[in-house]
Design a protein around this ligand. Structure first.
Ligand code: URA
Length: 440
């Protein structure tokens, strides 16, 4: 086969065979194709799209470009995983993993770092002193077996083709292609070895997908890939027009996750976690257990309010070398030097809390990184205390800024003022979820 022929075929809008796609990905991963041919291939896919069979072939080729874990063998049963397409204040993994594990379903998850305005679970976890996110595959498997919970960074051996292609997509304007996004996400999920996967596809101005139709299409595509390769799949489409919960920023989000694991936390975030964890249990029950949504909800609520989920989180932190005193007393987490509130200068109803603008505020305080490898400040960020639909008085506390550099406070304040819009007429709250796409 010749790469140039496959690029031409896709350029002309024809479908590639599985063998052709696998050959291309294998050759590129092995270093036998130059970046410029891979870039041309990506652009052809971006413009021409792919059929369902092609997307599955691309996903499998990337998944098998490195090591593929057999999690169900390691865990001795059904392995469940979750993935979020990324959003502002999204610390869901920190709550749902221990919550699901506390119900007796083992969870072993590999997460990523944040880039740009979207945060990453690994950075959040590193707010806990000593927490080791760089586990070897052997240690990852051993902890999964021993504790029924492990949460670490993705090893370099997991879907390396995706790593190489993603770096090219970043600089060739080919990131937004739905087949490329779907295959990229699913290749890592499949290589990580779960039997069942719950996808949390975010929709809104603070997400990759800014409208419901695109979010549905991406969710459907990923569900189809999973189903075609024998996985149990559920995708939820959740709101990302306003931040999830109150906290945006690494240590602040860990503290909010601990509060939620302790039976408290912001109502929207708690409700979101209960829903996602419920779907994880539903898949893990394989149609025999956890089939009654109300009973599942009651079980999960009892584990948040009764301390079982928090105990699992504590075990996770301890096993990965983290300082459990920070879990027992979150005021020991990294703290910002300056704490300032933003108050309402008018009364009214909250019409908008623009997620992206709030993310920019947190980013400018130092909570996010511009490019891979940049240092971030774990202590800084924003807490937004209002939601769309809330009625507020003049002078009410809208947000709190946590900064380590006094000079940056004014800019953060400007972004927050820009983000939060008022109106005189009552406004409906935003829904937490827009749709559910069930692979069954
Ligand atoms: N996350 C991924 O892993 N890949 C994409 O292409 C987009 C988001």
């Amino acid at each position: 086969m010749r790469a140039v022929d496959l690029i031409a075929k896709k350029r002309d809008g024809m479908s590639l065979t599985s063998d052709e796609i696998t050959w291309f990905i294998d050759a590129y991963t092995a270093g036998n194709l130059p970046d410029y041919q891979a870039a041309a291939f990506l652009m052809a896919v971006c413009i021409r799209g792919m059929e369902r069979e092609e997307i599955v072939a691309l996903t499998l080729a990337m998944a098998h470009s490195g090591e593929v874990l057999k999690l169900s063998d390691i865990l001795g049963g059904y392995a469940i995983d979750k993935h979020s397409s990324g959003g502002v204040g999204d610390k869901t993994t920190l709550v749902v993993l221990p919550l699901v594990a506390s119900c007796g379903v083992p969870v072993a998850k590999m997460s990523g770092r944040g880039l740009g305005f979207s945060g990453g679970t690994l950075d959040k976890l590193e707010s806990i002193a000593g927490y080791d996110v760089n586990l070897t595959t052997e240690r990852f498997e051993a902890l999964a077996k021993q504790n029924g919970i492990v949460l670490s960074g993705q090893t370099a051996q997991l879907a390396p083709a995706d790593g190489k292609l993603y770096a090219l997509r970043d600089v060739t304007a080919t990131v937004p292609s739905l087949p490329l996004i779907a295959s990229s996400i699913m290749s890592k999920k499949i290589a990580a070895g779960a039997n069942g996967i719950v996808l949390d596809v975010k929709m809104g101005e603070g997400a990759f997908m800014t409208n419901l139709e695109d979010a549905r299409q991406l969710a459907r595509m990923m569900v189809e890939i999973g189903v075609d390769v024998g996985r149990d799949m559920i995708a939820v489409i959740s709101d990302m027009n306003q931040p999830l919960g109150e906290a945006i920023g690494n240590a602040l989000e860990v503290a909010e996750a601990i509060e939620t694991l302790n039976g408290g936390g912001p109502m929207d975030f708690r409700a979101h976690c209960l829903e996602v964890a419920g779907y994880m249990l539903r898949l893990a029950g394989q149609g025999k257990k956890w089939t009654e949504p109300e009973a599942v909800r009651e079980l999960l609520v009892s584990h948040l309010d009764g301390g079982q989920a928090l105990a699992k989180f504590r075990l996770l932190v301890e096993a990965q070398g983290g300082d459990v005193r920070m879990v027992d007393d979150p005021s020991r987490l990294p703290q910002a030097r300056f704490v300032e509130t933003v108050n309402a200068d008018q009364q009214g109803y909250i019409a908008n809390v623009a997620a992206l603008e709030v993310a920019v505020a947190a980013f400018e305080l130092g909570a996010g990184r511009e490019k891979k490898g940049d240092a971030i400040d774990l202590a800084v960020g924003i807490k937004v205390h209002v939601k769309v639909g809330d009625q507020t008085e003049a002078g009410a506390k809208l947000a709190t800024i946590y900064a380590n550099d006094a000079v940056k406070i004014a800019t953060a304040r400007e972004h927050i003022v820009q983000a939060i819009k008022f109106t005189d007429a009552p406004v409906d709250p935003l829904p937490l979820f827009y749709d559910v796409i069930d692979g069954n």
